[in-house]
Design a protein around this ligand. Structure first.
Ligand code: HMG
Ligand code: MG
Length: 302
């Protein structure tokens, strides 16, 4: 047992939380979501993606969103699938980028129109021209399961993770894209990955489709992982992973971290209020269990 004393949460609701929604969320609402969550103590944001607007129309206003956010004291990351995306991120003055590969060729092909090898070649190209001030996060999606191919190979996840760090990524995040993996699956993959990657440079990104995300996160924390993505209100999905549910809810994560005595710097009640109001306005399901419980308790007179 080597749980970290503190963790860094990257708030994914503005990007992963919104990217699959059919109805376009107004730019001002996206900006307000980030600003309000920053006031609630979140400092790292998976904010936007610079991808094809035909592929992901919801992210078409990425540059406007970034330009409108009050930037003080927070870091904004953008997903970029190619050099053109990197240029967008540089122009918009992002703090970091996320680059994309996966342990499954079919998912990678659907997601970024490239096999895993081709996606790695694109990442190599991006890394060759990334300015020093940008931090680079490598995502390895489908860490346990692919929506098209089923169970993925932990050794492939480990190999890709190691290569991404060798090539210059600052950190690697394992994506449980489809949310099917149980603690046994996650433990098996972490075991292989941590043989080849230092735990300080590893993060996790869990979707909660099958209700396993909090349990999986507990396994990652027990393994010493101190970087994680979560999404206020449990928003999230992937346009190329049919049936993928939301991300693990930031509120549920914070509840777990408080119980374990792990520092995080986030005001749970404030996140719940912001996310609940956002979901109500946008007519989205508010999925955080901890947030629902807390808000119900606050609404009940003593
Ligand atoms: P392609 O068709 O191979 O690329 O798509 P292309 O170079 O032929 O370009 C196609 C069109 O996209 C062209 O426009 C380009 O100009 C445009 P058209 O001529 O058709 O009008 N284009 C761009 N536009 C803006 N920004 C760009 C850009 N690049 C090309 N950077 C491509 C390849 C990667 C572009 C496409 O497949 C794509 O954008 N995919 C979107 C991928 C995506 O956003 N997926 C969801 C995020 S990943 C995720 O959610 C997983 C994660 O959460 C972790 C986990 O859960 O596991 C991170
Ligand atoms: Mg995701």
């Amino acid at each position: 047992m080597s749980r970290p004393p503190r963790v860094v949460i990257t708030e994914s609701s503005p990007r992963d939380g919104l990217q699959s929604l059919g109805a376009f969320v107004a730019t001002e609402a996206k900006i307000a979501l980030i600003d309000d969550l920053a006031v609630a103590g979140l400092v790292s944001f998976d904010a936007v993606s610079f991808v094809s607007p035909t592929a992901v129309p919801q992210m078409a206003d990425a540059a406007e969103v970034v330009a409108g956010v009050a930037r003080s004291g927070i870091c904004l990351q953008a997903l970029v699938p190619n050099r053109r995306g990197l240029e967008g991120a540089i122009e918009a003055k992002l703090d970091g980028i996320g680059v994309l590969t996966a342990a499954s060729d079919t998912f990678s092909q659907r997601n970024v129109n490239a096999t895993v090898d081709e996606s790695m070649a694109r990442i190599h190209e991006i890394l060759a021209s990334v300015p020093e001030h940008l931090t680079v996060r490598g995502y390895v999606s489908t860490m346990t399961h692919c929506p098209y191919e089923g169970v993925t190979d932990p050794d492939r996840v480990a190999g890709l993770s190691e290569t991404l760090l060798e090539w210059g990524c600052d950190e690697v995040f394992l994506g449980e894209t489809i949310g099917m993996g149980t603690t046994a699956d996650v433990a098996r993959v972490l075991d292989r990955v941590l043989d080849r990657v230092p735990v300080e440079r590893l993060g996790v990104h869990f979707h909660d489709t099958y209700g396993q995300a909090i349990a999986n996160l507990a396994v990652a924390l027990d393994a010493g992982v101190s970087r994680l993505d979560s999404s206020a209100g449990g928003l999230g999905g992937c346009p190329y992973a049919p049936g993928a549910g939301g991300n693990v809810a930031t509120e549920d994560v914070v509840w777990l971290l408080d119980g374990l005595g792990i520092e995080h710097g986030v005001d749970l009640a404030a996140v719940a209020r912001v996310a609940r109001a956002f979901c109500d306005t946008q007519r989205l399901e508010y999925r955080s269990k901890a947030g629902q419980a807390l808000l119900a308790r606050q609404a009940t007179p003593e």
